[in-house]
Every structure is written in C-alpha cells, then in structure tokens.
Design a protein around this ligand. Structure first.
Ligand SMILES: NC(=O)c1ccc[n+]([C@@H]2O[C@H](COP(=O)([O-])OP(=O)(O)OC[C@H]3O[C@@H](n4cnc5c(N)ncnc54)[C@H](O)[C@@H]3O)[C@@H](O)[C@H]2O)c1
Length: 326
C-alpha cells in the first residue's frame, strides 16, 4: 500500500484523492496540505484515511506516514513544490505545467534531471493524463493500422465553461499544453512552430484575455495543428479532436467516443447533456494515470506513458513558442 500525500486539494487534488480511494487499491491518501484548512478538514472527513492534515508543506513532505506526493497546487506554485519534492526524495506526480514561464521551466527541469541522475531512477512524473485516455489510445491504434494513411493535419478543441484567473499566456501554459503533449505522444513527433490568431473577442471572457484563441502549429513531419481554446464558453465543457489522414478521418467526440469516416462509411457521435468541467470526460484517464504511477512506484519499473521531466519541459517549450507569438 503506497501512502500518498496531496498538495492542494481543489478540483484536481480532491479528484485525485477520490479516484485513489475508489479505484486504486494499491494506494491510500494519508496526508493533505492546502492553504485553505477548511478544504483539508472537509476532504479528510470524507476520505476517512487521512492522518496528516496541515497547512505547512514541509510537514506533509517530511512526514514519515507520507511515502509519495501529488502536487495539485495552482500552476505558479509548482516550481516551489517540485523543489520540496526533490528535498523529500519521495516519488511525485505533479500536475501540469512544470512552470508558468520558460526560464523557470528550464531551471527546475535541470534540477530534476540532476536529482534523478543522482538517485539513478525516475522520481517525478507529470499529469499529462490524456496519454491514458481510451479515446486517444484508440486513435493511436487506428493510425498504426495504416488503414487511414498518414496523418496530414488535425483540429483540436478545448473549451472551458469558465477558467478562473485566465491570462492570454495561461491559455497556452494551462490549457493548450495538453494538446502539445498529447499530439507529440500520439505522433511521436516534435513541435517546430506555433502561431496565435485572434477571432472576435468574447464578451463572456475576462477583460484583456485573448479569448477565443486560435492556434496553428507545425510538427517536424509537417503535420499541422489547427486548435481553438475558449476560456469561457458558457455552454458546457467541450474537448474534441479530429485527425485528418490521407484516406480517412478519425474524430474524438465530446463524450470521448471515437468516430471514423473511411471507405464511404461514417460513424456518428452521441448527444446528451454537457459537463461543467473536464473531470467526467477524463475520469478514466486520471484513474489509469494514477494506477500506472502507483504500480511504477511499487514495482520500481517506469511506465513509458507516464510523462517525464523531458516531456513536461518539451510541452512548456512549445508553449513558449506560442507565448512569443502572442
Ligand atoms: N491534468 C488535468 O487535466 C488538469 C485539469 C485541471 C487542472 N490541472 C492542474 O491542477 C492544478 C490545480 O488545479 P485545480 O483546478 O485543482 O485548481 P483549484 O483552484 O480548484 O485548486 C487549487 C487548490 O490549491 C490551493 N492552494 C492555493 N495556493 C496554494 C499553495 N501555495 N500551496 C498549496 N495549495 C494552494 C487552493 O486553496 C486550492 O484548494 C493546476 O496546476 C492545474 O493546471 C490539471
């Protein structure tokens, strides 16, 4: 049983805790840290397994009951909490992004590489959970069959109902970063350029934020991305993708259903109600990511789909290209 401590118990931290309790038999949440003590005590009461409740990060990290750590604090605190994780020498799963700007991302990435080299194994993974999503995995499988021919370009959509504290650079480092990681993983390719485009600004958004943001980007192979990010869409969480290949199209719908168009045959998506945020759509991905992380700790063997420091930095490097294009 791996005993886990969680830093930040908002939507993601509490989500991870609930997923562990319900779906990851090899792990137990024993420690919680948040600057909001009310959130800590309410989640601790709900879980019934928590032994350490604190508003001091060092106390959580160094507590003998805590064997592994999840960082789910807001983006600007990840670097500080990653440094605490390095000092604790405990296996860590940190939510994306590794940092909110490229200088800090490169600096902390180098510290993590030095640390992992000194220990001789991977110690820190990052929360790019789409790698564990059944839909993206099915798309990877379908492309690998060769039946669709080579991918040429793809469309990708991430539209939040609301995005508290959104900034234009944050549309890259907080939201589009998932696209940059998942398509790098899916196509086994690297990004080379990113361009920002600005449709008419939404009055639903916060002043000063370039919302919606349309992104075009190219990979080494020539595969092109046309993506849109909407921080405040007012209608329901909407994440979709369509990979246009030479001989067919493969689409991931809002419910995570994979639909193809090939040989004059088309699938159809399911309709229905829409969720407020990403948790229902990516529930399986979070659970599978947690299972992979816990079993890599138990077995001492790395799971190659868990994002490493190099993957996390690569995603931030592409975000930096995007931010530079704003
Ligand atoms: N992988 C994904 O799909 C995904 C989805 C959403 C969010 N995230 C990431 O997860 C992280 C948390 O996002 P969220 O949606 O849960 O945010 P949230 O605002 O719901 O929760 C953040 C929590 O951190 C606490 N907090 C604030 N300052 C802190 C500090 N200095 N130390 C510790 N805790 C602090 C807040 O009180 C809050 O409880 C972010 O980095 C975000 O980018 C990842």
């Amino acid at each position: 049983m791996v005993k886990v401590g969680i830093i930040g118990v908002g939507v993601m931290g509490a989500g991870h805790a609930r997923f562990i309790k319900a779906h990851v038999p090899g792990a137990e949440v024993v420690g919680l840290f948040d600057i909001d003590s009310a959130k800590v005590s309410s989640l601790a009461n709900e879980l019934g397994t928590v032994k350490v409740q604190t508003n001091d990060v060092a106390e959580l990290m160094n507590h003998p009951e805590v064997e592994a750590i999840i960082i789910a604090s807001p983006d600007p605190f990840h670097v500080e909490h990653l440094r605490a994780a390095i000092a604790s020498k405990k296996p860590t799963l940190c939510e994306k992004p590794i940092a909110t700007n490229i200088e800090e991302a490169r600096e902390i990435a180098q510290e993590i590489r030095n640390y992992e080299k000194s220990i001789g194994k991977r110690m820190i993974n990052f929360g790019f959970m789409r790698r564990f999503d059944p839909a993206y995995r099915e798309v990877k499988r379908l492309i690998e069959t060769g039946d669709f021919g080579k991918p040429t370009f793809f469309r990708t959509i991430t539209r939040n109902v609301s995005s508290t504290g959104a900034t234009t650079p944050g549309l890259y480092t907080n939201i589009a970063i998932h696209d940059f990681d998942i398509f790098r993983w899916l196509f086994n390719d690297e990004w080379v350029s990113v361009q920002s485009h600005y449709p008419r600004n939404s009055t639903m958004s916060q002043p000063g934020v370039a919302d919606p943001l349309v992104i075009t980007a190219f990979m080494k192979s020539g595969i092109m991305m046309v993506g849109d990010i909407v921080a405040f869409n007012n209608y329901g969480y909407d994440a979709r993708a369509e990979i246009v290949c030479e001989k067919g199209s493969i689409e991931i719908g809002i419910n995570g259903d994979v639909v193809t168009r090939v040989n004059r045959l088309m699938g159809a998506h399911t309709g229905g109600s829409m969720a407020e945020n990403w948790m229902p759509r990516f529930e399986t991905s979070y659970i599978e990511e947690l299972r992979a992380w816990i079993s890599s700790i138990e077995s001492g063997t790395t799971n190659s789909d868990l994002a490493t420091v190099d993957d996390a930095l690569a995603a931030n490097e592409v975000c930096a290209l995007g931010v530079a294009s704003i």
